[in-house]
Design a protein around this ligand. Structure first.
Ligand code: CP
Length: 314
């Protein structure tokens, strides 16, 4: 694998190998006072973020540092982008400065694909990882979510997972729906018709408009963040109606099976998308998702920069 741009790049075998690799990194670091492996010594990783982030940017930086890579963070506001430099020139500049990997977040769908094309020259170039492009994809989020589900539920084959809320603006929903289906899960999107994208009928999912009707039968509920920044100042249904119909309130979470778990990619809007108590309950996997994000990003960086044929962390 040269880049990770989309979950469509992953088969059940390559996705499962990444999940296994992430667990090997978790095991390799467990109980260590100093969490440092020599795996990527001498490699240079650059995070290039044109949108805000806490979890994704930090976990890539931690992952790189725990593998002894040099990690450089580039943000739009502090780079020459603010002086009018084009995305193409910035990408080529970072390649020329020695990037072995570019981790890209950008508001435009397809930006990471485009950067991968621009920076591949004469048979070489950095590995490009899509850390979220517009409303399109967020493949490492889907991988860390799959890892969390596998740890909490065992195999994903045949498990029923509800993805709930603002599917229309969510790159997390698209990546998760496709990856979970690849891994054998049954996915049901639960959303108002106004927050479903055109073409959703081609996704490998069922569609429901009633959260209450789905809760008793699912093994996991994956709540989505309402992407207000992509809604031009308003959305339908209203925030209050959204909360009433699609929020996983404390009352609603009582309808879940005992074994069922609740995921949220963060940042959470407590009281709207998720009840205050649910977010901190033993059913919620929110912080486990964050920890898994570091191990999964270690696995992705290792696989792209070193390759699966080399000796791993075990
Ligand atoms: N889940 C996620 O992408 O969070 P951040 O925006 O904080 O990176």
């Amino acid at each position: 694998m040269r880049h990770l741009l989309s979950v469509d790049d992953l088969t059940i075998d390559t996705a499962t190998e990444l999940l296994d690799e992430a667990e090997r990194f978790e095991q390799a670091l467990m109980g260590r006072e100093i969490r440092k492996l020599p795996t990527l010594r001498g490699r240079t990783i650059m995070t290039v973020f044109y949108e805000n982030s806490t979890r994704t940017r930090v976990s890539f930086e931690v992952a790189g540092k725990w593998m002894s890579a040099d990690v450089i963070n580039v943000s739009a506001s502090s780079s020459s982008t603010s002086k009018g430099e084009s995305l193409r020139d910035t990408a080529k500049t970072l390649r020329a400065a020695g990037a072995d990997a570019l981790i890209v977040r950008h508001p435009a769908s397809g930006a990471a694909h485009q950067i991968a094309q621009w920076t591949w020259e004469d048979g070489t170039g950095p590995s490009v990882i899509n850390a979220g492009d517009g409303t399109h994809e967020h493949p490492t989020q889907a991988l860390l979510d799959a890892l969390t589900l596998r740890q909490r539920l065992g195999s994903l084959a045949g498990r029923r997972i509800a993805i709930v809320g603002d599917v229309l603006h969510s790159r997390v929903a698209r990546s998760n729906a496709h990856l979970l289906a690849t891994l054998g899960a049954q996915v049901v999107l639960v959303a108002p018709p106004t927050l479903l994208p055109v073409g959703v009928e081609t996704w490998p999912v069922e569609i429901s408009h009633s959260l209450d009707a789905e809760l008793a039968a699912v093994d996991a509920v994956m709540l989505l963040r309402v992407q207000a920044e992509r809604m031009n100042g308003g959305f339908f249904p209203s925030a209050r109606e959204y909360s009433i119909r699609y929020g996983l309130s404390d009352r609603r979470s009582a309808l879940l099976a005992d074994h069922a778990v609740v995921l949220h990619p963060g940042p959470m809007l407590r009281g709207m998308e998720i009840g205050f108590s649910v977010a901190d309950s033993s059913k919620a996997t929110v912080l486990q998702q964050v920890s898994n994000g570091v191990h999964m990003r270690m696995a992705v960086l290792f696989t792209l920069l070193v390759g699966t044929e080399s000796e791993g962390p075990a």
